[in-house]
Design a binder for this molecule. Structure first.
Ligand SMILES: Cc1cc2nc3c(=O)[nH]c(=O)nc-3n(C[C@H](O)[C@H](O)[C@H](O)COP(=O)(O)OP(=O)(O)OC[C@H]3O[C@@H](n4cnc5c(N)ncnc54)[C@H](O)[C@@H]3O)c2cc1C
Length: 248
């Protein structure tokens, strides 16, 4: 498969990448992002190239044969084919997310399959407008990190909508001229934007010409952000949406 070099020497595959087989991945590190979200770094037994925005499926199996699988986006940028970082929000009554939070420790093996997704991917070949709500920032972080590594940060704008500072993922890494944070319930002192969900003026200054817009988060957030983009002048063809709902 032909490869393309991006500014900064970053290499990505230009064509869609097909998911590999089910494989074992060792949990090599775990750290908290917020009180309710953890990142798991996994070392794949079968390293595979991937694109920013893709996800993996994690499958849990019980001794009685019961299985549960859920999709998780990759937060780390493409380039390290043998390592992936998944950031998982713990849902109170969530079967898989609570197991991954409460039971999994460094050294455990997880069964995973991926990378998956050919539509919600950014190859670094156009401007990207990234709009994420809550854990919807995860695949967008892969895109932002790829842009920063490849000296393409000027080609990306990330807008994150989050309830309050304590719920912001990747907070030590996010700050930059290409990142805007919209707090919906409580903002840090000194923030001039009034709290509240995204409004047209939050997107007004963003260059949309020639951009692909990636919207990710809960379904209601995705619908709202997509409507705002259309209102701001984006065409439907420019918008790609990934909804984080229940998955099988
Ligand atoms: C392509 C894709 C990528 C995803 N990437 C991520 C990611 O990077 N990080 C992440 O934390 N999650 C991600 N998700 C969501 C994830 O797949 C699971 O849906 C989530 O972890 C809940 O699974 P669970 O087994 O804990 O909850 P379940 O036991 O399946 O559900 C428990 C309860 O929560 C509700 N519920 C299920 N999923 C969600 C959700 N996402 N939000 C709100 N309520 C829900 C259910 O309806 C049910 O009432 C992604 C989903 C998709 C489709």
């Amino acid at each position: 498969m032909a490869r393309a070099a991006l500014p900064g020497g970053l290499i990505v595959e230009p064509a869609a990448i097909r998911p590999g087989p089910w494989q074992q991945a060792e949990v090599v590190a775990i750290w908290p992002e917020t009180a309710r979200a953890k990142t798991l770094r996994l070392a794949l037994s079968v390293p595979l190239p991937r694109l920013a925005g893709q996800h993996f499926v994690v499958r849990l199996s019980a001794p009685d044969g019961y299985r549960a699988s859920r999709s998780y986006s990759v937060a780390s940028p493409p380039g390290e084919d043998g390592l992936i970082e998944l950031t998982i929000e713990r849902l109170e009554d969530g079967e898989v997310s609570s197991f991954l939070h409460d039971e999994v420790v460094v050294g455990d093996l997880l069964e995973v399959r991926g990378p998956i997704g050919g539509h919600f991917v950014w190859r670094g070949d156009c401007r990207a407008v990234l709009i994420g709500g809550g854990s919807g920032i995860v695949p967008l972080m892969s895109m932002l990190r790829m842009a920063r590594q490849g000296a393409m940060a000027g080609s990306v704008t990330l807008v994150v909508s989050v309830r309050e500072p304590a719920e912001l993922y990747y907070r030590d890494e996010l700050a930059g001229p290409e990142v805007q944070i919209a707090y919906t319930r409580a903002a840090p002192p000194g923030t001039t934007r009034p709290v509240g969900r995204l409004r047209p003026e939050d997107l007004a200054g963003i260059e949309l010409a020639g951009a692909t817009c990636f919207v990710c988060g809960p379904a209601a957030f995705c619908d709202h952000a997509s409507a705002l983009l259309l209102h701001t002048g984006a065409s439907a063809q420019q918008i790609r949406v990934e909804r984080f709902g229940p998955s099988g």
